[in-house]
Ligand binder design. Structure first.
Ligand SMILES: [Zn+2]
Length: 503
């Protein structure tokens, strides 16, 4: 993996102070509210009003959120105007802006534009930052494409520059910040979308090393097979035994506040391909996404380092391919975890909780962080429970849980807290070992979290089950089909909120 892959966002932003001072471009995006009154323009547009009056009077354009209409005006600096509906002015939110500008990306792709002028909208109830964030994220998150394996690339990354008309010079710093966070999202998506044959444990380790080559604030240590054996991370070794590439534990540390001893550990499940193991899956078509947690972790480090976040984060990725082979770990056998607890393997397809168990136990014992967060495409039960709009979260700490949910609401990566129901803990008991890794379908996501909790020592901890949100079978408003990069924006917002409260 080359550091150039961290520069995947093709678009640069610049500021244009006024509408009249704008340069030539392929398209001018004009924001409008829903409604037919005179104040429907969401910006001062001066003389342009005469061009727009007609299409609006015909009722061909209603201003619904995300609605677009392309016009071809004569004698303007752009050959096209794109009317953009922002929806009802009383119902505006950062998310509605994100959705509206997501549809701008679709139009830009269609017309093959390389430069776009976009007018900054005036929104009564939102801060300038919220508006900017919605605009920049909306366009960039939706503009993402993964076409590495397409030989005939159409309009690939044609868009080079966006001029934001009417923003202030101070705003550019924040625009850059948002763009850097999206770079983290792109990295997370790329890691998931690329072939699982390529993105194996070694590739994830190389990506982490490349991050530390690129940023002085990042340090990477990779535990190879020998070190895993030495550290007694036997569950990670067991899960990875059937694959031709050895498993690894990747520790990637970002030091944004060297004066502080506080550090948050973020653990990401890195099953680079999940066949189910000897309990072979019937359908594994989407199983390259089983390292979505790991992808989000490395995306987080890129976002944190490139925005110079003033927090300390240690990302820990247990990486393994769950494959079938004569060496594969076996259902019914008992393995000893890093913590010393023994685990009976009820099903080799419940491998995520095994590698996470060892990683969490290692983190608690050796790193001793102030708090632990994990991200994992862990259970199919979570997809059934919440689908792709909400992520299930479980935690042993109300403060941490509330802060994460708040951050998620702010960036529309929403999470719902599930209870850790004590009565179900006894279902994890084994007759032949201390624990077993499966125990029936009922409350499957909660029992998986209870299993992980067995390896958490006295530290605030939150577990995100991102099985439904990391990978989509169809595109959303601004989320592409396949990998979403879920978690990067949520965690960045969480750390930014934390940083703001320390000031
Ligand atoms: Zn599995």
């Amino acid at each position: 993996m080359k550091p150039s892959q961290f520069e995947r966002v093709p678009v640069k932003f610049k500021r244009t102070p006024t509408l009249t001072s704008r340069a030539k471009s392929d398209v001018l995006v004009i924001p409008l509210y829903k409604g037919k009154k005179k104040n429907e323009y969401a910006a001062v547009i001066g003389k342009l009003e005469s061009i727009l009056r007609h299409p609006i009077r015909t009722d061909d354009f209603k201003g619904e959120c995300g609605e677009t209409l392309l016009l071809y005006p004569a004698g303007q600096k752009e050959s096209r105007f794109l009317l953009l509906g922002l929806g009802d002015p009383d119902k505006m939110s950062a998310e509605s802006i994100r959705c509206a500008y997501g549809s701008v990306a679709g139009s830009i792709k269609k017309i093959n534009a390389s430069h776009a002028n976009i007018i900054f909208p005036q929104v009564e109830f939102l801060s300038r930052k919220d508006i900017l964030k919605g605009m920049v994220e909306g366009v960039l998150l939706a503009y993402y494409r993964f076409d590495e394996y397409v030989t005939h690339k159409e309009n690939s990354d044609k868009l080079k520059e966006i001029s934001l008309i009417g923003i202030e010079s101070d705003d550019m710093k924040y625009v850059d910040h948002v763009r850097n966070v999206v770079r983290g999202v792109y990295l997370a998506r790329d890691l998931v979308n690329r072939n699982a044959d390529e993105v194996n444990p070694r590739y994830l380790a190389d990506a982490a090393r490349a991050l530390s080559e690129q940023y002085q604030s990042v340090n990477t240590t990779v535990f190879d097979k020998k070190r895993l054996e030495g550290e007694k991370l036997d569950l990670i070794l067991a899960v990875g035994r059937g694959a031709s590439i050895d498993p690894a534990l990747i520790v990637c540390e970002y030091k944004g506040n060297p004066d502080s001893k506080e550090v948050t550990a973020v653990v990401g499940k890195g099953v680079t391909y999940d066949t189910g193991g000897l309990n072979l899956k019937k359908d594994m078509l989407t199983m390259k996404c089983d390292m979505g947690g790991a992808g989000a972790c490395l995306g987080l480090i890129l976002a944190a380092a490139s925005t110079r976040l003033k927090q300390n984060i240690i990302v820990v990725i247990p990486a393994a391919e769950n494959s079938i082979d004569s060496k594969s770990y076996k259902p019914g056998d008992v393995y000893t975890s890093h913590s010393g607890k023994t685990v009976e393997i009820g099903n080799t397809d419940a491998e995520g909780r095994l590698i996470l168990a060892d990683a969490l136990s290692y983190v608690c014992k050796s790193i001793k962080p102030s708090q632990v967060i994990d991200l994992a495409t862990l259970t199919g039960a979570m997809v059934i429970a919440l689908g792709s709009e909400y992520t299930g979260m479980m935690s042993n700490d109300d403060g941490l849980s509330d802060a994460l949910i708040k951050a998620g609401e702010e960036v529309h990566e929403r999470a719902l807290r599930f209870p850790l129901i004590e009565e179900y803990r006894k279902k994890l008991k084994s007759d032949i070992a201390d624990l077993k890794n499966v125990s029936g379908r009922e409350a499957g996501s909660i029992k998986a979290a209870l299993f992980l909790q067995e390896f958490i020592t006295d530290v605030p901890w939150a577990h995100f089950d991102i099985a439904g949100t990391a990978f989509l079978s169809e595109a959303g408003e601004y989320l592409p089909k396949y990998a979403t990069g879920f978690g990067v924006r949520l965690l960045m917002q969480f750390f930014e909120n934390k940083e703001a409260s320390c000031r």
